[in-house]
Design a protein around this ligand. Structure first.
Ligand code: T1G
Length: 676
């Protein structure tokens, strides 16, 4: 866990707790002993605290929050470091996060390698920095800079940290220890952050805090209170205030939900039942077929990860549009400070637009992102089978279609997989990795790894119509349109979802994705509401008119034309208009998704409930602070879900059934998650 060494008069305490130097209870105990040893050793004049491995520390051990506190806590250690009579220097490299940064703040000095990133991300876990960070950081760097770091969890680079006064010196990555030893040798006394005066309250503090206070995260509100305490209370009283706020958050539903999300996003990439050691393919060059919005977005992910991309189209015009689209997105990222000019140039150089399908023959992974038409895709897979490298992975970006059918068009079904990106593909973090019946474990393991390498969170899905996310979406959209016909208002339907914290309701989602998805394009064939809207050119946001009118993009209004279309349909179908409650809407547009998720789990399409939570959070914006749809359903209570589905069973059609797993949960008073 730690090693202790001495170089001349400098003691070196090295944290060595793979994989992320998490500061668990036993490590805290060892560090307390090491500090005491160095302080008592007359031959020691100064003390370095540094870490082995790729980073300084990921902070407190999140796995230990549930355990009762009966051992020395991180704040005790940090106070002990700060009270040490000899100078203690934190030697920081890589990630220095949460309690790791708070430990560094308790040190008297801090030296950082240029590759360091310093952050207090506790707020993302539903917590706040609970080991003195809300009291020491404002004293060190001022209120406004501290608010940004504490209330958002955003990190600062080593350079920025130096300019803020958060670190005292920078060093080249490979020289940071040598420089720290030299720096330590020059020190003659300690400098305690707790002795610094309380930070001045800037005149614009409330303006600075205001945007953060809009957050749904209770932890952000608590951060604001703790930061205020840093300015208004003596240090020890401020520490007591921080501790009280931390303990309150620790017991909160949001903190439990957000910590569930943290582990769920990491567990998703693990494939159950796969041998620990598995041979992955090397992916040095990627091919993307189709330079439309999706193809271009997919290409950008690989380009930014330093992987060359051959982008293939059948005609020069769409190929040029795709290449121009990629250039535009990269340039915008530079102008917004998300990319450096050098990163943009490097990414651009790796793009190889081509009209020659044969150029794909060099690629290790080929992703088709063409029109959602099975005949087009089958033709592509047949051609790929003939020209792709022997070990190439052949992937489809399809949202709904059958990967097994595509695999059957090749002599290498074990190499065929789905990689379902979500639009915009260069932004959304979710990729559904679709396992065909014959997809090999090596191909799956390679896809899980390469999607993480491009900064995505992969979730494994089996083959069914719509896989995980879209399969749950379909009944939600159908019920929304049916509720319209029965008398609910457009905004009423959507606001039930937005009040839950979803970024938009089902009808707003149809407008965003396009009312014409799956439309047969025959304006004289009107079989449902979407057909009627499409026939009138109401294709959604892209035509500035769908279920809403988008004359003012900032304030879409429900369409009166759609109102009359609905009226017409209602009369033709002799549907009696009635008042519909929000309760009915939540059952028919949200509980129905929970039921679909339970069926998806029963059929083995998804590996685990937390994967479904990840899909809906990262693919559709389900609010993280509720843990995802199945974590939320567990909090609502399965019995309420089942009772709601029973109440409105007739609305779901003759083939509807309540998942047997839901009924079993209800009978056993269980849920998707055992409350451990
Ligand atoms: N505690 C326990 N395990 C952790 C951990 C942590 N803090 N951080 C990561 N892990 C595990 C993770 O679950 C995974 O496990 C493995 O390490 C690799 O992680 C008092 C209360 C450091 C940037 O919020 O941001 O300090 O899946 O896959 O992509 O105020 O991990 O292999 O079994 O993410 O290279 C605040 C959380 C804690 C930082 C590395 N700290 N971690 O990313 O690897 S609360 C955080 C990260 C706190 C104090 C408060 C990232 C990373 P497994 P990984 P990575």
């Amino acid at each position: 866990m730690i090693t202790y060494a001495q170089t001349d008069a400098i003691a070196q305490i090295v944290i060595d707790n793979p994989p992320v130097n998490a500061l668990g209870v036993s490590l805290v105990g060892e560090l307390l002993d090491a500090i005491a040893r160095a302080e008592q050793d007359g031959k020691v004049s100064a003390i370095l605290i540094r870490a082995a491995g790729r980073l300084f520390s990921a902070g407190a051990d999140i796995n230990e929050f549930k355990k009762p506190e009966d051992a020395p806590r991180l704040p005790t250690l940090i106070d002990r470091i700060e009270s040490c009579s000899k100078p203690v220097i934190a030697v920081i490299h890589g990630q220095c996060l949460g309690g790791g940064l708070e430990l560094a703040l308790g040190c008297h000095y801090r030296i950082a390698a240029r590759n360091a990133n310093l952050a207090l991300p506790e707020v993302q876990l539903g917590l706040l920095p609970g080991a003195g960070g809300t009291q020491r950081l404002p004293r060190l760097i001022g209120m406004n800079a501290a608010i940004n770091m504490i209330a958002t969890g955003t990190g600062v680079s080593a350079e920025k940290a130096l300019s803020l006064g958060l670190v005292d010196r920078l060093a080249d990555d490979d020289a940071v220890i040598v420089e720290a030893l030299e720096f330590a040798g020059s020190l003659t006394g300690v400098r305690r952050t707790c002795d610094l005066p309380p930070p001045a309250i800037p005149s614009d503090l409330d303006a600075h805090l205001a945007p953060h206070l809009q957050s749904h995260f209770d932890s952000v509100q608590a951060c604001a209170a703790a930061i205020h305490a840093a300015a208004e209370l003596p240090f020890m009283e401020g520490m007591a205030r921080e501790a009280a706020l931390f303990e309150e958050l620790l017991q909160s539903d949001q903190a439990r939900a957000l910590q569930h999300v943290f582990f769920a996003e990491r567990k998703a990439a693990k494939i159950e039942g796969l041998p620990a050691k598995i041979e992955r393919h090397s992916v040095e060059r990627v091919g993307v077929i189709g330079a439309g919005t999706m193809g271009s977005g997919i290409a950008i992910n690989f380009l930014l990860a330093g992987i060359p991309v051959t982008l293939v189209e059948t005609n020069a015009a769409p190929l040029q549009r795709g290449a121009d689209g990629i250039a535009r997105i990269l340039a915008t990222s530079v102008s917004k400070g998300r990319l450096t000019e050098d990163q943009r140039a490097k990414a651009t150089d790796l793009l190889n637009p081509s009209l020659a399908f044969d150029d794909l023959g060099q690629c290790d992974l080929i992703i088709e992102a063409v029109f959602e038409d099975m005949s087009v895709k089958l033709d592509i897979f047949r051609r790929l089978d003939a020209l792709a490298k022997p070990n190439a992975i052949l992937a489809s970006n399809t949202s709904f279609l059958d990967i097994n059918e595509m695999a059957s068009a090749t002599a290498r079904p074990e190499a065929v997989v789905g990689l379902h990106f979500f639009s915009p593909a260069n932004v959304m973090k979710l990729v559904e990795v679709i396992r065909g019946d014959q997809t090999s474990n090596e191909v799956l393991a390679t896809c899980m790894k390469i999607t993480q390498r491009i900064g995505k969170v992969p979730v494994l899905s089996g083959v069914c119509h719509g896989f995980i996310g879209n399969r749950m979406l379909l009944p939600r959209l159908e019920q929304a349109k049916q509720l319209l016909l029965e008398g609910a208002a457009i905004t009423q339907i959507d606001e039930v979802s937005t009040r839950l914290g979803l970024p938009m309701g089902p009808l707003q989602m149809i407008d965003l994705a396009g009312v014409d998805i799956g439309w047969h394009r025959d304006v004289n064939r009107i079989e449902n509401l979407n057909d009627a809207l499409c026939a009138r050119g109401r294709l959604g946001q892209k035509s500035s008119a769908g279920y809403y009118d988008y004359d003012d993009r900032r304030k879409p209004v429900p369409s009166t034309e759609v109102g009359s279309i609905v009226e017409q349909f209602r009369n033709d179908a002799a549907i009696e208009r009635r008042t519909i409650s929000d309760d009915e809407i939540i059952v028919r547009t949200v509980y129905v998704m929970i039921n679909e998720a339970a069926l998806i789990l029963e059929e083995g399409i998804a590996q685990r409930p937390s994967d479904i939570d990840v899909v809906w959070m990262l693919g559709f914006g389900w609010p993280r602070w509720t843990g995802g749809p199945l974590w939320w359903a567990s909090e609502v209570g399965v019995s309420s879900i089942v009772a709601g589905l029973e109440r409105y069973r007739s609305s779901f059609g003759p083939d509807f059934r309540i998942a047997s797993s839901l009924l079993k949960f209800e009978a056993d008073s269980q849920s998707f998650y055992s409350r451990g």
